[in-house]
Design a protein around this ligand. Structure first.
Ligand code: FEO
Length: 169
């Protein structure tokens, strides 16, 4: 059984995961406008990944005697600048989510909620991977600069991203 404080904190994170999904769907649409089908696909896969993050937490709250509260989702931006700027914004967002997950784990420790501490470890590991994936893309885009051929090669590589594996409980 999760405490009311833990329930509130997890519900706040569910909203942030929903916003992440929304943000990446907006980035996918923006990359379509930029004429970058690989990046459009990459962000669509990222959207799918965020939906998994959200539903996994939503299910956890209910399985542990809590109530899942769905709140209003903030509207994401429509414009993101260059392809490099899109991924830089994605990195800033992931760093924000990492901080939020760390704070959530702090709450679980303070509440002596061992089950939530174990559950949140999955998100801690996931955030390391998410940040590192985006850092690699940002570095490549910085190297490519305005070189159209190099940007097309990066876009082709982004097109190869596989769908996320379904989350296990
Ligand atoms: Fe759910 Fe990208 O953090």
């Amino acid at each position: 059984m999760i405490t009311k404080r833990m329930e509130k904190a997890l519900n706040g994170q569910i909203n942030k995961e929903f916003y992440s999904a929304y943000l990446y769907l907006a980035m996918s649409a923006y990359c379509n406008k930029l004429g970058m089908p690989g990046a459009e696909h990459w962000f669509r896969m990222q959207y799918d990944e965020e939906v998994i993050h959200m539903t996994k937490m939503f299910d956890y709250v209910m399985q542990h005697g809590g109530s899942a509260h769905l709140m209003q989702i903030e509207e994401p931006p429509k414009e993101f600048g260059t392809l490099l700027e899109v991924f830089e914004e994605s990195l800033r967002h992931e760093q924000f989510v990492t901080k939020s997950i760390n704070e959530l784990l702090d709450v679980a420790v303070e509440e002596k909620d061992h089950a939530s501490q174990v559950f949140l470890q999955w998100y801690i590991t996931e955030q390391v991977e998410e940040e590192s994936n985006v850092i690699e893309i940002v570095d490549r885009l910085k190297l490519a600069g305005d070189n159209g051929g190099a940007l097309m090669m990066i876009d082709d590589k982004l097109a190869a991203r596989l769908p996320p594996a379904p989350a296990t409980a």
